[in-house]
Design a protein around this ligand. Structure first.
Ligand code: ATP
Length: 465
C-alpha cells in the first residue's frame, strides 16, 4: 500500500529529516524546499543510479556539466525567449493568480472544495502568456542600462548539451548514435508551484540527449521508452502506479514531433481516477531542431545565415557515407525531485505490531535507502557493549552507509530505522561479548537472526544487492 497522499510524505519528511520547508525561520518562501540529511542521501542515490545506468553501464553515453548561466543568445535561438510561456489567469475576486492548464491541481483560496473558476463567486480574467525564465544580470551593471547584461537562469539542462555537441563529438571521437547525459539545477518561475516538491521554481533535472540519424529516431525513441520503464521500476516504483501518456499534437512543444510522458499516481486520494496522475518524466523526439537553430550554417535559399550569431556549425559528418547532416535527438528528461517523491510514496507502508500499534515502514530498495545498516547497542550504559557496537559500525562503514544509534530503547530505535527505510539493524548485546555474534533484524519481515561477526559484512553485502 503506497502513501495515501502527498501530505503523509510531507510530514514524514519533516519529522525524520528528508525535506524541510526552505527559509522556514523567516516564514518560508512559497514552494521552496531544503533537503535534509536523509533527503540528500536519497537524492544522491537516485542520481547515482541514473548516472551508473546511462553513463557507466552503456558504451554510448558521455557525461557533461554545463553552466547554469549561459549567453542570453542560447535562449534566444532555442526559442525559450519567444515561447517558454505558461497561460496565466487572475481571479478578480480572490486576487490570486493561476496557471490556466493546471486549475485542476489547486484549490480555490476562498472555497477549498472547488478548483479556481468553479464557484459562482470566482471571476477569472482572460488568459495571458507569462515567460517562465528567471532573469538576472551579469556584472556590475543593470539590464536597464545595458541590455547585454541580461541573462537567464537555465530553465532546462538540455540546451547546455546542444551547444556543446561539437565539443563532445570532437573530444570523444564518437560516432552516431550516442548520448550526452547531464544532471543539474533548472529554474522556472512557475505560476502555480505546489504539491510539495512536485512543482517548485528551483529543481534538479536528469536529462540525456541521444543523437541519432533521422531514420533511426522513431525506433530509438521507443527503445528509450521501454528502457526507462525498467529503470524507473528498478527504483522500487511499482508498475501499477506508472502509466504512459502520449502527448496530443496540441500539447507537443514547438520542437517535438512525438513526446511520451511517464505519469505517476501522485494523487491517489482523488476520486476521479484520471486526476490521480501527473508527469514524472517526458521522453521527446526533438528532431534536428536544436542543433539546427544553434548552427551558423547557411540554410535558406538566398544563402543568408539562419543564425547570424553562432560561430559553429553543429552538423555531423558521416565518413562512411560521405553525408553531412543534423542528427535527430531523443530526449529522456526526468526530475530528481519528482522521482524522489514517487520513490517515497511507493515505498510507504504501514504495519501493525503485536501491541496493536501502527508503524510506518519505508520499504525503499537497498540501493535507494539513505542508510543501509544501523548498529544499535542493547545496553548503552555498558561500556564494553558500546565500544563493540561502535567498532562494528566503523568496520561496516567502509563498505556501506552505516549509523550508530543509542538514543532510545531498542523498540524505538527499530521503529525509527523502519520509518527512514534502513533495510537492516544490527543489535549488539551481552552475549556478543562472549560469542562474537550479533542479532540481524530485517526491516520488512521484522525477523531476527543471529549472525557471527566474521560473516556480517559479506552477509550484508549479499543481501543489499
Ligand atoms: P509540467 O508539464 O509538469 O510543467 P514539463 O513537461 O514542462 O512539466 P519538462 O520540461 O519535460 O517538464 O521537464 C522534464 C522534467 O523535469 C519533468 O518531467 C519533471 O520531472 C521535471 N520538472 C519540470 N518542471 C518542474 C518543476 N517546476 N518542479 C519540479 N520538477 C519539474
Amino acid at each position: 500500500m503506497p502513501a495515501p497522499n502527498i501530505e503523509t510524505i510531507v510530514s514524514l519528511s519533516k519529522r525524520r529529516g528528508f525535506v524541510f520547508p526552505a527559509s522556514d525561520i523567516y516564514g518560508g518562501l512559497g514552494s521552496s524546499w531544503d533537503y535534509g540529511p536523509l533527503g540528500v542521501e536519497l537524492a544522491n542515490n537516485i542520481k547515482k543510479s541514473w548516472w551508473n545506468w546511462l553513463v557507466y553501464e552503456r558504451d554510448d553515453v558521455e557525461g557533461l556539466d554545463s553552466s547554469i548561466i549561459q549567453n542570453r543568445l542560447v535562449w534566444k535561438y532555442s526559442g525559450h525567449e519567444q515561447t517558454f510561456h505558461d497561460p496565466l489567469v487572475d481571479c478578480r475576486k480572490c486576487k490570486e493568480r493561476f496557471r490556466l492548464d493546471k486549475l485542476q491541481d489547486v484549490q480555490c483560496p476562498l472555497h477549498n472544495e472547488v478548483h479556481p473558476g468553479e464557484s459562482p463567486e470566482c471571476s477569472l480574467t482572460e488568459a495571458r502568456e507569462f515567460n517562465l525564465m528567471f532573469k538576472t544580470t551579469v556584472g556590475a551593471v543593470s539590464a536597464d542600462d545595458d541590455p547585454n547584461a541580461l541573462a537567464y537562469l537555465r530553465p532546462e539542462t538540455a540546451q547546455g548539451i546542444f551547444i556543446n555537441f561539437a565539443n563532445v563529438l570532437n573530444t570523444s571521437r564518437r560516432k552516431l548514435p550516442f548520448g550526452v547525459a547531464q544532471i543539474g539545477k533548472a529554474f522556472r518561475n512557475e505560476v502555480t508551484p505546489g504539491n510539495f516538491i512536485f512543482r517548485t521554481r528551483e529543481f534538479e533535472q536528469m536529462e540525456m540527449e541521444y543523437f541519432c540519424r533521422a531514420e533511426d529516431a522513431e525506433r530509438i525513441h521507443q527503445e528509450w521508452i521501454d528502457g526507462f520503464q525498467g529503470w524507473i521500476e528498478s527504483l522500487g516504483i511499482s508498475a501499477g502506479n506508472l502509466k504512459l501518456y502520449e502527448q496530443s499534437k496540441e500539447e507537443l512543444a514547438h520542437y517535438a514531433v512525438r513526446t511520451v510522458d511517464f505519469l505517476y499516481r501522485y494523487f491517489p486520494e482523488r476520486e476521479v481516477e484520471d486526476n490521480q496522475w501527473d508527469e514524472l518524466m517526458g521522453i521527446a523526439n526533438r528532431t534536428d531542431y536544436d542543433l539546427r537553430v544553434h548552427s551558423k550554417k547557411p540554410e535558406d535559399a538566398d544563402g543568408k545565415r539562419i543564425n547570424p550569431d553562432s560561430t559553429e556549425d553543429l552538423s555531423y559528418f558521416d565518413p562512411t557515407t560521405n553525408e553531412r547532416f543534423y542528427p535527430y535527438v531523443i530526449e529522456p528528461a526526468i526530475g530528481v525531485n519528482r522521482t524522489l517523491l514517487a520513490v517515497m510514496m511507493d515505498a510507504y507502508t504501514e504495519k501493525t505490531n503485536e501491541k496493536g500499534e501502527t508503524r510506518v515502514i519505508l520499504k525503499l530498495t537497498p540501493e535507494m535507502a539513505p542508510i543501509k545498516v544501523a548498529v544499535l547497542p542493547l545496553a548503552k550504559n555498558k561500556p564494553e557493549i558500546v565500544e563493540t557496537a561502535k567498532k562494528i559500525k566503523r568496520g561496516l562503514q567502509r563498505s556501506m552507509r552505516t549509523v550508530y544509534d543509542d538514543t532510545g530503547g531498542i523498540g524505538k530505535l527499530y521503529a525509527r530505522q523502519d520509518e527512514i527505510g534502513t533495510p537492516f539493524c544490527v543489535t549488539v548485546d551481552h552475549q556478543t561479548l562472549e560469542d562474537n555474534a550479533v542479532t540481524l533484524r530485517d526491516r520488512d519481515t521484522w525477523e531476527q537472526e543471529r549472525i557471527s561477526l566474521d560473516q556480517l559484512t559479506d552477509h550484508l553485502k549479499q543481501r543489499l544487492v
